[in-house]
Design a protein around this ligand. Structure first.
Ligand code: IPE
Ligand code: IPE
Ligand code: MG
Ligand code: MG
Ligand code: MG
Length: 294
């Protein structure tokens, strides 16, 4: 199947399952929580992380039905990270996914609590997911908690905040990007390896691939912050400049930042060649990371 078609079909499957998992229970006294979660979760997102999980599962011959709910938990954790990332005390951004950020559309308390709900619920979904062994569920929970936690995304986010108004070295910035962005993208690929039960060797190579494309993804995000518009991005352009963040663009300039991202995608596709499966779909998705407009 052609890539565009593949992405469209899978985004629809992911969004349908997300909608089922976070249902609107209007009878609940706390129905606002689910409405708010759906507002952010079902807004226009690229679904990159669950897409990578499904593509990896398919490549490795794993059970796609069993992979779907775990894949959706990656989108829940990602969406929670965006909701909190936009808060006034963090990046203070009022637009996300083409509409008002959650703390604007609702209020700050709702945004904080909706993030809390999405991350806790993600683990419940994995713990109770059908079609997986107890070992697989445990491995998914371990991977997701490690990649999104204090040695992963949160480590990156706190270092990112601490680095505002300062100039970081490229080495430090790379570490921040690895943590805040690559870790969850690596987890997405690792999810496929867990569902398909592949060897440690293949799994380790795939994780490395995930970290590398994740870094490229964040470099492109830094580039788009400068070169694109709020309308195209669906989130405020120039946000990094306003917050005085060190980025690949501020440290290297646009041209070198772009070159760096291109080199990383080349390295990533070389890594894929070492894996004894048909890696063409993953290669195509990683190319897309480089050429995306939003
Ligand atoms: C934005 O992620 C945050 C970063 C890690 C750069 P995405 O660009 O994947 O955002 P959505 O999911 O498409 O909205
Ligand atoms: C955030 O990076 C990565 C997260 C873990 C949310 P950014 O702060 O650059 O993401 P955007 O540009 O707001 O989407
Ligand atoms: Mg941020
Ligand atoms: Mg931000
Ligand atoms: Mg950004």
């Amino acid at each position: 199947v052609e890539l565009k078609e593949y992405l469209k079909t899978n985004a629809a499957r992911i969004e349908k399952r997300l909608g089922e998992l976070v249902a609107t229970d209007c009878s609940a006294l706390h129905s606002t929580l689910f409405e708010a979660a759906r507002y952010s979760l079902l807004g226009h997102g690229k679904r990159l992380r669950p897409m990578l999980a499904l593509a990896t599962t398919e490549m490795l011959g794993g059970d796609l039905n069993a992979a779907l709910s775990p894949a959706c938990t990656l989108e829940m954790v990602h969406t929670y990270s965006l909701i909190h990332d936009d808060l006034p005390s963090m990046d203070d951004d009022d637009f996300r996914r083409g509409k008002e950020s959650l703390h604007k559309a609702y209020d700050e308390a709702t945004a904080i609590l909706t993030g809390d709900y999405l991350i806790t619920y993600a683990f419940e979904v994995i713990a109770t997911a059908p079609g997986l062994t107890a070992e697989q569920r445990l491995a998914l929970i371990t991977t997701l908690s490690q990649r999104s936690g204090g040695d992963g995304m949160i480590a990156g986010q706190i270092a990112d905040m601490a680095s505002e108004d300062k100039v970081s070295s490229l080495e430090v910035l790379k570490q921040i990007h690895y943590n805040k962005t690559s870790a969850l993208i690596a987890a997405s690929i690792e999810f496929g390896a867990i569902v398909a039960d592949v060897s440690r060797d293949v799994s380790a190579k795939l994780r490395e691939f995930g970290y590398i494309i994740g870094l490229a993804f964040q470099i492109v995000d830094d580039i788009l912050d400068v070169t694109s518009t709020t309308e195209t991005l669906g989130k405020p352009a120039q946000s990094d400049i306003e917050n005085k963040k060190s980025t690949y663009v501020s440290l290297l300039g646009l041209e070198d930042a772009r070159r760096r991202a291109t080199e990383l995608i080349t390295t990533a596709s070389e890594l894929l060649e070492e894996i004894p499966y048909d890696t063409s779909r993953l290669a195509a998705i990683s190319e897309m990371i480089l050429n995306r407009a939003s």
